[in-house]
Design a protein around this ligand. Structure first.
Ligand code: OFO
Length: 176
């Protein structure tokens, strides 16, 4: 049986994950506006991943007999000066999400909610990857000294594809 405080925090985490997807979609829009379609692609993939992160928590709560109650998703920032600023904001956001999961883990541990601990282990590992991915993009763009270098990086980022790693079927692409 899930601990009720853990359930409430995971319920809120669904909104944080959807917000992350919304923020990345906003970053994709900015990247498109900068004529960096590869960078936009990187954010579209992030957006799809966040949807699966949210839905996986949603389904876990349903499985635990919890009534999910969705909260308001705030409007994301819509404008960035350059790719480095955007990638730095992505990293900042991921660090915040890591902190949120650590807090839920703390509560799960103090309440001996082993099922939720096991469920959240995936997210703890995923956050390491999320932060590393954002750092890598920051470094790439920081090294770009001219438009040609920028376009080279953009072409690399265009290769990223969404690969579902969670057993959530309803990705935005499948819903479209
Ligand atoms: Fe859900 O991992 Fe990013 O925020």
């Amino acid at each position: 049986m899930i601990n009720k405080d853990v359930a409430a925090m995971l319920n809120d985490q669904i909104t944080h994950e959807f917000y992350a997807g919304y923020l990345y979609l906003s970053m994709a829009a900015q990247a498109e506006d900068m004529n960096l379609p590869g960078f936009a692609n990187w954010f579209y993939v992030q957006h799809q991943e966040e949807h699966t992160h949210a839905m996986n928590i949603f389904k876990y709560l349903v499985e635990q007999g919890v009534k999910v109650s969705l909260k308001e998703i705030k409007a994301p920032k819509v404008s960035w000066e350059n790719p480095v600023e955007m990638a730095k904001d992505a990293l900042k956001h991921e660090e915040m999400v890591t902190t949120l999961f650590n807090k839920i883990m703390d509560v799960a541990h103090s309440n001996k909610d082993y099922a939720s601990i096991s469920f959240m282990n995936w997210y703890i590992d995923e956050q390491v990857e999320e932060e590393a991915g954002a750092k890598e993009v920051i470094q790439k763009f920081e090294r770009a000294e001219n438009r040609a270098a920028l376009l080279f990086i953009d072409a690399e980022l265009a290769k990223r594809v969404f690969t579902p790693v969670l057993p959530v079927k309803a990705t935005p692409v499948q819903l479209a």
